[in-house]
Ligand binder design. Structure first.
Ligand code: ZN
Length: 242
């Protein structure tokens, strides 16, 4: 059976209302296998350390997988990528030292609050030349970009494109039009990812589209975690068509 990963981006106390709405959406679709992309200190002004109730809420979701999604999410993005990211490509222009410092700060909040992450998704899916090596040294098992997931050991790239909505003015409407077309285009791919963002839950049109997409995907694909890619038993058929 074909596979899908369902992930909610930008999980942080600053978006607690949106996270709650997303969890209600998952619950309506009887989905308990999903991945939450956690930002430890969103824009440097909302730290997990300060919101114990939110962290306890995350811990109570027994079947949810937590993924590290940067530290602050905010960064200086190169001009060529700025139109897509609105300055959210946190790691795009960091030096080696800055990259390691940022990862250590993120790790301190994740471990300090008793959470656990094995995979990393860089904000705006933009990495840098140092990120993968540093993540491996910190014990991470893989990283995901917009079109593929990379496992570190053994090194393996798994093609897995993303369906998502933009929340940038102008691009938002275009992405609404393209989402269902992408679903058709991607239907032969073995693994796809649905990337919901907390900001989507302030837009009724996006919520309705996600409702439709989730029920379609749930009927046609088995929902997995990133971590399931590490043990390939049961996934062999899916990998053959990548
Ligand atoms: Zn994000």
């Amino acid at each position: 059976m074909q596979l899908a990963i369902i992930e909610l981006h930008d999980v942080n106390p600053i978006f607690s209302n949106e996270v709650e709405r997303a969890l209600e959406l998952f619950s309506r679709h009887k989905l308990d296998t999903f991945s939450l992309l956690v930002v430890p200190n969103y824009h440097g002004r909302s730290s997990l350390f300060e919101k114990k109730a939110f962290v306890n809420g995350l811990k109570s979701l027994e079947k949810a997988e937590l993924i590290l999604h940067g530290y602050s999410h905010r960064g200086v993005t190169p001009l060529t990528q700025r139109i897509w990211t609105s300055g959210e490509g946190e790691f795009a222009t960091l030096t080696a030292e800055e990259t390691m410092l940022r990862l250590c700060k993120a790790q301190a909040e994740i471990c300090g609050t008793g959470l656990k992450c094995e995979f990393f998704v860089p904000p705006a899916w933009i990495g840098n030349p140092y990120l993968e090596e540093f993540l491996q040294s910190l014990g991470y098992k893989g990283i995901a970009y917009r079109f593929y997931i990379k496992l570190f050991n053994p090194c393996q790239r798994i093609f897995s494109p993303v369906i998502t909505f933009s929340n940038r003015w102008g691009l938002s409407y275009l992405s609404l039009l393209s989402a269902k077309a992408l679903l058709v285009l991607y239907k032969r791919f073995a693994i796809i990812r649905l990337a919901l963002h907390c900001a989507d839950f302030s837009d009724g049109r996006k919520i309705s589209l996600w409702e439709a997409i989730l029920s379609d995907i749930k009927r046609k694909r088995r929902i997995i975690h990133y971590g399931d890619l590490l043990s390939q038993s049961g996934l062999t058929l899916a990998f053959q068509s990548i």
